[in-house]
Design a protein around this ligand. Structure first.
Ligand SMILES: CC(C)(COP(=O)(O)OP(=O)(O)OC[C@H]1O[C@@H](n2cnc3c(N)ncnc32)[C@H](O)[C@@H]1OP(=O)(O)O)[C@@H](O)C(=O)NCCC(=O)NCCS
Length: 181
């Protein structure tokens, strides 16, 4: 478990999969800026057991009392010539938004990845209109790299996506992750 001040990140276990499948299929949880799809428990299980393609790792974001409030994932985006890019993604249940939890969870994940991975860069991509997500990334030390224009289809239109990144040389040292159990 990756421990922060107000939230912890706990690796998704098999017993979390029904809730995880529910969140991945939920318009409420994914919000209006993420591709919407319906994910079965079986598909979530397969993703969980055989994540080799994207090297996906899933975490539950929990409050200190153990309440499950959302998820954070890290995965790899593969480019044939430039190699792997380490990317993060996240979502919170609507009732727990606007309390700083995702910013803290993002800082924890950045500390963890720079402490544990041989990577110079962590990236995140987000709908150009997703102001809450931009704010989270900027507060967690990410900078905007640029725009991928008309990158994915949602709600009848092609959406622009902003790519953000933070570099090891900007991060320098852990900001929040002081304890793991
Ligand atoms: C994006 C998301 C994870 C943010 O989580 P959160 O816990 O509410 O984030 P935080 O409270 O740490 O920070 C949100 C910041 O955005 C601001 N914000 C929220 N909605 C906003 C809006 N519509 N316009 C501008 N700023 C906004 C908040 O005021 C806060 O900034 P502040 O601390 O300076 O006041 C959450 O909104 C969510 O789950 N959305 C749906 C899923 C999603 O879009 N995931 C991102 C995919 S890239």
């Amino acid at each position: 478990m990756l421990e922060g001040k107000n939230v912890n990140l706990r690796v998704v276990e098999k017993e979390d999969l029904p809730l995880f499948a529910e969140w991945l299929s939920s318009l409420e949880v994914l919000g209006e800026y993420n591709p919407l799809r319906q994910v079965s428990r079986l598909e979530t299980e397969k993703m969980f057991e055989n994540d080799k393609a994207y090297e996906m790792k899933e975490f539950i974001i929990e409050k200190k009392d153990g309440t499950k409030i959302g998820f954070m994932v890290h995965f790899c985006v593969l480019h044939p010539f430039c190699g792997k890019q380490l990317e993060i993604g996240y979502a919170l249940v609507p009732s727990e938004r606007g309390k700083g939890y995702c910013t803290e969870a993002t800082k924890i994940m950045v500390d963890y990845l720079f402490l544990s991975r041989d990577t110079m860069r962590i990236q995140a991509s987000t709908d150009a209109r997703n102001l809450a997500s931009h704010k989270v990334l900027e507060k967690a030390g990410f900078k905007k790299d640029g725009t991928m224009r008309k990158y994915f289809f949602l709600r009848g239109e092609l959406r622009d996506v902003y790519v953000y990144s933070t570099l090891r040389e900007e991060w320098k040292e852990p900001k929040i992750l002081t304890r793991t159990t």
